[in-house]
Design a protein around this ligand. Structure first.
Ligand code: GLA
Length: 381
């Protein structure tokens, strides 16, 4: 990929670019907890974005996406927002860097990626983090890593219409090889946990469905959580985020909030605790508990949070039936992947059965990705 990028860069913009990379992410557990001030437990993966980039001495950006085979040319002022959706991520990162007082001048770049789109692996965060990191290095802004992650997050909020939490961009910037990171999204304290489960594989099964309206449904989940938190706060002013609430405090407002908001909140409060339980289990090498928690999360995401779909429920049920250690829908939901913790010995039969039975049921084959937990944003020398 790097070679193809370099070839195109030389052809279009000449010599001398620097090369940066960033990654997509997985999340072992802690879904829809980030914007609720709870815990998440992601890691960067060995699929990402690579960009070659060089200042051009002008006030315009020329960006070439190899995957779309398209160039976008845009200025750096607020009114210069490009038409192409993919270019808005790059533009947004430039704007958000400027808003934080960083220098951003014109540059040329060619980039490509291998994070499957719409699979829930955060291809967009990989793109944002790659550019946030690269621009910071190129113009020597000295912006710290958390702020780089927030640049990506604000890009989603202000230029792409998704009111996402910080997890994806955080994982993409802070990711390290063979390490998952538990992040407290309220305090931003984080801790690396070695993750190299001997005897198990981590495999993603992509349903290859992506539901329209995923971003408006996502934003609606967030609103439900905020409503529930506001109701609880009336009795318990210390509740800043939903994750601060105890289960019994939620019970006090049952009947005062819509049933839907109640169910969403019930899921979130349970999920925050599950992240802590999984981290403890991991430290003991207790993968059975890790897996059991993943199933519980799937149940919550499917029945209480309602972000699963028939295809993902099917894959989850099959995993359970075959004795897979853990399985659940991963990421925002409404399509995308399940993440599965599978014993080595069960790996082949499980993948085979999943492919075959899924195709019989839904008429198209799922995709399978083995993932390796890897480094996040960096310069490639
Ligand atoms: C998407 C968002 C994240 C997070 C997950 C769900 O990936 O971008 O911030 O909320 O969904 O855990």
């Amino acid at each position: 990929m790097q070679e193809r990028i370099h070839q195109k860069f030389t052809e279009l913009y000449g010599e001398g670019g620097r090369v940066f990379a960033s990654a997509g992410r997985i999340n072992l557990i802690g879904e829809h907890t980030d914007y609720n001030g709870g815990y998440v437990f992601p890691g960067a993966i060995d699929k990402g974005i690579i960009a070659e980039i060089k200042p051009n001495g002008k006030n315009t950006v020329r960006a070439y996406s190899l995957d779309y085979d398209q160039e976008a040319i845009f200025g750096l002022a607020e009114e210069d927002k490009p038409d192409q959706q993919w270019a808005r991520y790059v533009f947004g990162v430039c704007r958000e860097t400027s808003k934080r007082g960083g220098t951003v001048k014109g540059f040329d770049c060619v980039f490509a990626g291998d994070v499957p789109l719409g699979a829930g692996l955060s291809s967009s965060a990989a793109l944002e983090s790659c550019f946030a990191f690269a621009i910071n290095e190129l113009f020597q802004n000295g912006i710290d890593k958390f702020e780089l992650a927030k640049i990506g997050q604000s890009t989603e909020h202000n230029y792409c219409g998704v009111k996402c939490g910080i997890m994806d961009q955080f994982a993409s910037i802070f990711g390290k090889r063979e390490q998952l990171i538990r992040l407290n999204c309220k305090t931003l304290e984080y801790k690396y946990f070695p993750f190299n489960p001997e005897g198990y594989k981590l495999v993603l099964i992509d349903s290859c469905v992506k539901h329209e309206l995923a971003s408006s449904a996502y934003n609606k989940r967030r609103e439900s959580c905020e409503n529930a938190a506001a109701a609880i706060r009336r009795n318990h002013p210390e509740v800043e985020f939903l994750s601060d609430a105890k289960r019994v405090w939620l019970e006090e407002v049952r009947g005062l909030i819509p049933q839907e908001d109640f169910l969403r909140a019930e899921y979130v409060i349970g999920e925050v605790q599950r992240v802590l339980d999984v981290c403890d289990a991991l430290e003991r090498g207790d993968y059975e508990t890790v897996g059991e928690m993943m199933y519980q999360t799937h149940f919550g995401l499917s029945r209480l949070y309602e972000v699963s779909c028939a295809e993902l429920d099917f894959l989850n049920k099959l995993a359970r039936k075959m004795g897979v250690t853990g399985s659940r829908v991963m990421g925002g939901g409404f399509g995308g992947c399940t993440i599965n913790l599978v014993k080595d010995s069960l790996y082949e039969p499980f993948i085979e059965a999943a492919k075959e039975l899924f195709e019989t049921e839904f008429g198209h084959a799922p995709k399978v990705y083995d993932v390796v937990v890897s480094d996040g944003a960096r310069e490639i020398k």
